[in-house]
Ligand binder design. Structure first.
Ligand SMILES: [Fe+2]
Length: 206
């Protein structure tokens, strides 16, 4: 039987850092509920790869519509995994002004930290699900890119360094409909050392 994705391995959800349960403005209840959603994306990713491995390509053409649905769902699930792994990993800090490599990049590409924050906040207010600060390897600079869902709209050859979740599930417990206040809290809890470590590890040079 000709099948797809035979060699996949299951992944497990990453542990939640203890600092995430003691943030300023973003509550433990909110983080715990949010973490369950992330676990759901991990489970979905594993499940879809398992289903792809069972698709029998020797059957009727209708199989391609199944492949289409599974492949699209896979981008959503894997997007959900990656976006949330960035989100949880770089929260739990104390905000302030970014230092290190990321601070240098922000100042070079946006002028000031305030300008970068204003741009990312506006992007997050306009997006339906995500706003990312990504290093674009072709442009050689940071951009704040917009996302509506877990799988829209990634840009090729750009590496996200900051992932701002603006889905309502990220803030309605703590802020109701006040997304702007949540975004301010997000900045106040960012760990810029983590972000600069990523930039260093990826080889980004200001
Ligand atoms: Fe989320």
């Amino acid at each position: 039987m000709a099948t797809l994705a035979q060699n996949h391995e299951e992944i497990a959800a990453r542990e939640l850092k203890p600092e995430l349960l003691e943030m300023d403005g973003i509550s433990r209840a909110s983080v715990e509920a949010h973490y369950k959603l992330y676990q759901g994306y991990v489970a979905k990713r594993n499940e879809i790869l398992g289903k792809l491995a069972e698709v029998d390509l020797s059957t009727a053409n209708q199989v391609y519509s199944d492949v289409r649905a599974l492949k699209i769902d896979l981008t959503f699930a894997i997007g959900g995994v990656k976006n949330h792994e960035i989100y949880f990993e770089h929260l739990g800090g104390h905000g302030g002004d970014p230092s290190g490599i990321f601070g240098d990049l922000v100042k070079r590409d946006f002028g000031t930290v305030a300008d970068w924050k204003a741009d990312l906040k506006a992007t997050g207010m306009g997006g339906r699900g995500w706003a990312w600060t990504a290093y674009d390897w072709d442009e050689g600079r940071l951009f704040n890119y917009i996302g509506d869902a877990q799988n829209s709209f990634p840009v090729w050859n750009a590496t996200p360094l900051v992932a701002l979740d603006v889905y309502e599930h990220a803030y309605f417990i703590d802020f109701g409909t006040d997304r702007a206040a949540y975004i301010d809290a997000f900045f106040n809890n960012l760990d810029y050392d983590v972000v600069s470590d990523w930039a260093q590890r990826y080889g980004v040079r200001p």
